[in-house]
Design a protein around this ligand. Sequence first.
Ligand SMILES: *[C@@H]1O[C@H](CO)[C@@H](O)[C@H](O)[C@H]1NC(C)=O
Ligand SMILES: *[C@@H]1O[C@H](CO)[C@@H](O)[C@H](O)[C@H]1NC(C)=O
Ligand SMILES: *[C@@H]1O[C@H](CO)[C@@H](O)[C@H](O)[C@H]1NC(C)=O
Ligand SMILES: *[C@@H]1O[C@H](CO)[C@@H](O)[C@H](O)[C@H]1NC(C)=O
Ligand SMILES: *[C@@H]1O[C@H](CO)[C@@H](O)[C@H](O)[C@H]1NC(C)=O
Ligand SMILES: *[C@@H]1O[C@H](CO)[C@@H](O)[C@H](O)[C@H]1NC(C)=O
Length: 702
Amino acid sequence: MWGRLWCLLLSVLTATAVPGPSPRRPSRELDATPRMTIPYEELSGTRHFKGPAQNYSTLLLEEASARLLVGARGALFSLNARDIGDGAHKEIHWEASPEMQSKCHQKGKNNQTECFNHVRLLQRLNATHLYACGTHAFQPLCAAIDAEAFTLPTSFEEGKEKCPYDPARGFTGLIIDGGLYTATRYEFRSIPDIRRSRHPHSLRTEEAPMHWLNDAEFVFSILVRESEASAVGDDDKVYYFFTERAAEEGSASFAQSRSSHRVARVARVCKGDLGGRKILQKKWTSFLKARLICHIPQYETLRGVCSLDADTSARTHFYAAFTLTTQWKTLEASAICRYDLTEVQAVFAGPYMEYQDGVRRWGRYEGGVPEPRPGSCITDSLRSQGYNSSQDLPSLVLDFVKLHPLMARPVVPTRGRPLLLKRSVRYTHLTGTPVTTPAGPTYDLLFLSTADGWIHKAVVLGSGMHIIEETQVFKKPQSVENLVISPKQHSLYVGAPSGVIQLPLSSCSRYRSCYDCILARDPCCGWDPSTHACMETTTATANRTALIQDIERGNRGCEGNRDTGPPPPPMKTRTVLRGDDVLLPCDQPSNLARASWRLNGSVGLSDGQGGYRVGVDGLLVTDTQPEHSGSYECFAEENGLRTLLTSYSLVGWPEPGPAKVPSASDPSVSSPGQLVLLRGRACRSRWPQCHRPLHGPCAGWS
Ligand SMILES: *[C@@H]1O[C@H](CO)[C@@H](O)[C@H](O)[C@H]1NC(C)=O
Ligand SMILES: *[C@@H]1O[C@H](CO)[C@@H](O)[C@H](O)[C@H]1NC(C)=O
Ligand SMILES: *[C@@H]1O[C@H](CO)[C@@H](O)[C@H](O)[C@H]1NC(C)=O
Ligand SMILES: *[C@@H]1O[C@H](CO)[C@@H](O)[C@H](O)[C@H]1NC(C)=O
Ligand SMILES: *[C@@H]1O[C@H](CO)[C@@H](O)[C@H](O)[C@H]1NC(C)=O
Ligand SMILES: *[C@@H]1O[C@H](CO)[C@@H](O)[C@H](O)[C@H]1NC(C)=O
């Protein structure tokens, strides 16, 4: 059933033409299986924090002081980023009063979910203070908090211009040089807005004659310091990522109604914008937005965005996680795309769209563009023409800005296609960090959270994405609400409804051989030939450049190394009666490894032939005959590398019958004892007292 749906989706996805520079690869090729699966029971090196609150959804990491600041429902916490579970945290209780809560309930809000104080904004205000805003039972409040004392002030600030009322509403907020940049839908019925407050020049988006934002749900915002090292005296910019209702062309060809058709967007404003003097007074003069395409815009909902290298704007790039939604509600799939800032900049420097009143639809604007170019920041060349700030811009330019917020060309992903199309997964957030390997190249390491409490750790390669592992970080399935990386603490912090979890960025000691270490393709891990161990490249004390890594291909470097694999256990002997079935157990070390079996050192065994069944748990020999006797070796084959895992000597007994069964007084499987291994029907019919279920050896008889 699922398979059929997936095929359907693939054919829809591949049949739709989307602008993009490179031809589309089949979607299946872009799927990836996590190499390792780490269930909750096998987690190691994690630390937990759980306070007397819920919804630990706002995280602010301060690397310099090694504090992790957390905004939750009804509380704020200051945790030690080195060990969030050390018990030495500070805490602020900040709940809406019972009167506020009942007033909220009377207004028709849900008192189980909406009438609390969900902290939505937590940012550094200045050297001494933090700034926090909470929904406060549908009456948002903000507070400047002394970071050292970590107590609430005696007076609060009005929050209705800065924070959403609804705890579930998309929101993003930053404090930049003291100014508060927020984007959300604030009050209950208001339209969404990108605002700057706590600033001498408060600004917002335009509402008339058209809304610049259309039912937008905000996901992420980031400051890019484009003024630094700019040859043209450029301004810093704030980029916003969101989904909104698409008004423009392109949606009509789809069966979905135009009104419900939502697309992903990127927008930006200039930090130095002061608004216009007469036109666009107290409004952004530099607001521009463009469509963000990953795979098939009609099916995409933007879930999470992260930016890398935002300090050096030439190399700044973004990763975005989308979920693909279709009319088949049972189908779950996610896509990951990468975008270069240079591409976003090129789109904002390109043609505009315009609403054409005559035909009542959006089309590419073909007329003349006034000077200075509408929506641009104030640069040296504008200053030299006497435009010292946005307030000096001519009316003609500002009138144009008002009506042309949307660019004609969409932003296409790097390489013109997604890095990953993953089925059966709903990603909720992502974050990433560049990891520089000892050999020089830098790889982006991404962490993706799922709606059921798992984290996928992935490395971005030239060929796509390799998922190093999937980790179940919460026993009870819950939607991860936030992710933050600390390169300094080598940690990932995960915020969720039930608490915060700190995970190490890598656990290289998990890989026991040189092969295993390079097959993992973890840029944080390298094989150290001098200590015969897979080491964290950052902590390896030995000669870093001697560490063996092969991130790009994942199979070179261990040649001539004696540590190719752990020594296989000694050969085990299995004796089986004629006509019975026997399972030779052999577990594969990774989800990407394929089992291969060899008989007598040369004959390869294939599934379904000669009575052999090759399974994930081992080799099943059915209806055993004396000819099946011999030595069996089980290998793991992965990425062109082969490791011997285990070997058996199988002895087929000519005559059936319990008389010849060896004494079972010692049922241990290891040599030299010979334990008859039977499965299923044969096992139970011969020894009814054997309780071993269908799978696995029959070892409980007496
Ligand atoms: C929510 O309101 C209902 C009805 O007024 C009340 O019975 C219940 O105790 C309230 N729950 C909370 C958590 O305040
Ligand atoms: C930081 O801001 C707070 C609140 O506005 C103010 O009381 C405090 O004096 C400021 N501190 C500095 C160092 O500017
Ligand atoms: C812009 O600044 C320059 C130098 O400060 C000044 O001479 C000029 O009059 C200013 N122009 C406007 C339009 O304010
Ligand atoms: C808060 O956590 C609960 C689960 O405990 C979840 O159902 C709810 O959606 C969360 N609320 C927000 C606003 O994240
Ligand atoms: C480190 O290892 C590299 C490669 O094996 C070698 O060329 C270099 O000389 C070593 N450096 C030191 C200081 O041992
Ligand atoms: C494997 O070796 C055993 C014992 O040496 C022999 O009896 C058996 O026939 C061999 N099987 C094959 C398929 O060569």
